[in-house]
Design a protein around this ligand. Structure first.
Ligand SMILES: Cc1cc2nc3c(=O)[nH]c(=O)nc-3n(C[C@H](O)[C@H](O)[C@H](O)COP(=O)(O)OP(=O)(O)OC[C@H]3O[C@@H](n4cnc5c(N)ncnc54)[C@H](O)[C@@H]3O)c2cc1C
Length: 482
């Protein structure tokens, strides 16, 4: 099956775009999460027609399809399960059209988020979603995970910035969903595709909304003697009706390791550092800064520093955005959880994580998209120690359950993938899960698109989904047998 599929693919793509050597299979066998998959065959098409051919070959040869962008996902979304063809879309990297007057652009899915921003900046425009991985993650991956980022507090997540998506469906047909305006009519199927994590088709083009760059930007860096003081400022800033573009919180463990690495100028003796970005018209930004400074002082801020020149702002953000890389200096491995609580329960949620860390004897550091109540506890471990990963996963589950009890959710932005799929029944009833599976089946009746992601059979009432299994092959009519 694999050998035949490889021959078919090589005929269409050429041998350089079909990988099955051990190094490539290891590389494409996982994403940036700690989940290891099983990769047997990788195709790297360069255009939509080649994607269609890959999907048709997979179907003919009885393979599932795992769409993949840059592999920076943190939930195992592009981690392949046995019997899959991984289709990498990073070579579809053309910016097809920029129409400033319509505030939209058409791009291929392999365009990197930051590359699009760089092309737009001279026009005074931007693509607002800014995952911390913006330098390496693709627009296709951002759409498929409905990525968030620091500035999504004011601007909204990726879903708020996508007009239309072109998709290659499981049978190889190409369809567009949405339109070049905010209201396309009919059911919002575009909305179903955004965040579908590769389970409904392969994205081959995206129409993105463009946003004007603000006239003025300031970043405030605040240091605090306790994490609770820092979290208190976050709540009060929002309650005061201020509208920062971003509010990020880092605890002492992150601040220290980041400062050592990125030299951002963070106060290393602070228990927590908060970055607040304000943007808009100059007068409004100045007024908001004064109000934030006053709130910070009333919560005992030990450091208040404002940065308005671009180099200083960039340095402060570089620290935050290097956190993942920097942390590897103090721990060989870390599991980053992605959970959300209502913003007003942030202090409580941070305390709950501290209890888990103490009980389990683990070091847990925090990066928090504080304005959204989106916590990223980073649990340090060393996978070479027997049982370490299981221990960390058990601690992670305790954190998830604690956040759910506070009215939170199992994912703020990284998606469900393989990592969280078995937590879905904690949030959804069997009827909800069945309905989700029915929606998925409307796009992919035989469930060959990224099977096993988002939904598993756990907690469902339908029982095992009819669908792809390794070794399955379509009959003449194109339906599947095992
Ligand atoms: C250092 C670091 C920081 C991060 N910061 C953030 C953050 O701030 N906010 C955030 O939301 N995430 C963040 N992430 C997670 C990750 O970068 C995002 O989920 C990103 O959107 C994934 O893009 P990707 O191109 O790497 O996709 P991949 O990891 O390759 O894939 C992710 C999912 O999208 C699907 N997919 C990818 N391409 C396509 C396509 N063409 N068609 C259909 N499905 C597709 C895959 O099947 C998979 O389910 C971070 C990750 C790292 C490593």
């Amino acid at each position: 099956m694999i050998a035949a599929a490889r021959r078919d693919l090589e005929e269409i793509l050429g041998s350089g775009a079909v990988l099955s050597d051990p190094l490539a299979l290891r590389l494409y066998g996982r994403d940036a999460s700690m989940l290891e998959g099983s990769c047997e065959l990788v195709a790297i098409p360069s255009n939509r027609e080649q994607v269609v051919a890959c999907v048709r070959i997979a179907r003919r040869r009885g393979l599932a399809v795992v769409p993949r962008g840059a592999g920076t996902g943190l939930a195992g979304g592009s981690t392949p399960l046995p019997g899959s063809l991984v289709i990498v879309t990073t070579r579809l990297q053309r910016i097809l059209e920029i129409r400033p007057e319509d505030r939209l652009a058409w791009v291929e899915p392999g365009v990197l988020n930051l590359d699009l921003k760089r092309r737009l900046a001279p026009l005074g425009l931007t693509f607002a979603p800014d995952p911390a991985s913006e330098a390496s993650s693709t627009i296709g991956g951002n759409v498929a995970t409905n990525a968030g980022g620091p500035h999504c507090l004011a601007y909204g997540v990726t879903a708020n910035h996508i007009f239309a998506v072109e998709l290659v469906l499981a049978d190889g047909t190409v369809q567009s969903f949405g339109g070049e305006g905010p209201e396309a009519g009919g059911y919002d199927l575009r909305g179903v595709i955004i965040g579908s994590e590769g389970t409904v088709g392969v994205i081959t083009a995206v129409c993105v909304r463009l946003t004007a760059l603000p006239e003025a930007v300031q970043v405030l860096m605040l240091g605090f003697a306790t994490v609770d003081d820092a979290a208190g400022v976050v709540s009060e800033v929002i309650a005061a009706g201020l509208t920062p573009a971003a509010i990020e919180l880092m605890d002492r463990a992150i601040v220290r390791v980041v400062e050592d690495f990125a030299h951002a100028g963070y106060p290393v003796d602070a228990e927590a550092v908060v970055l607040i970005e304000l943007d808009g018209l100059q007068g409004g930004v100045d007024r908001q800064r004064q109000a934030v400074e006053q709130i910070a002082r009333s919560h005992g801020a030990t450091v208040i520093q404002a940065a308005s020149d671009p180099a200083h702002r960039a340095r402060l953000w570089k620290g935050r955005k290097s956190a993942h890389g920097a942390i590897t200096r103090i721990a060989p491995d870390f599991l980053q959880y992605d959970v959300v609580v209502p913003r007003t329960r942030l202090v409580e949620a941070l305390a709950a994580v501290r209890v888990v860390a103490r009980d389990e004897g683990l070091i847990i550091a925090h990066i928090v998209h504080a304005g959204d109540g989106n916590l990223h506890p980073l649990i340090m471990y060393d996978r070479r120690s027997p049982g370490a990963l299981e221990h960390v996963l058990a601690a992670g589950e305790r954190i998830v359950r604690a956040c759910l009890e506070m009215g939170g959710s199992i994912s703020g932005e990284h998606g469900i993938g393989l990592e969280k799929r078995d937590f879905m029944p904690l949030m959804f009833s069997a009827a909800d899960l069945d309905l989700n599976d029915d929606v998925r089946a409307a796009f992919d009746p035989v469930r060959t698109m990224n099977p096993g992601k988002i939904l598993s059979d756990v907690g469902r009432s339908h029982g095992p989904a009819a669908g792809h299994a390794a070794g399955a092959a379509p009959d003449e009519a194109g339906s599947w047998r095992r």
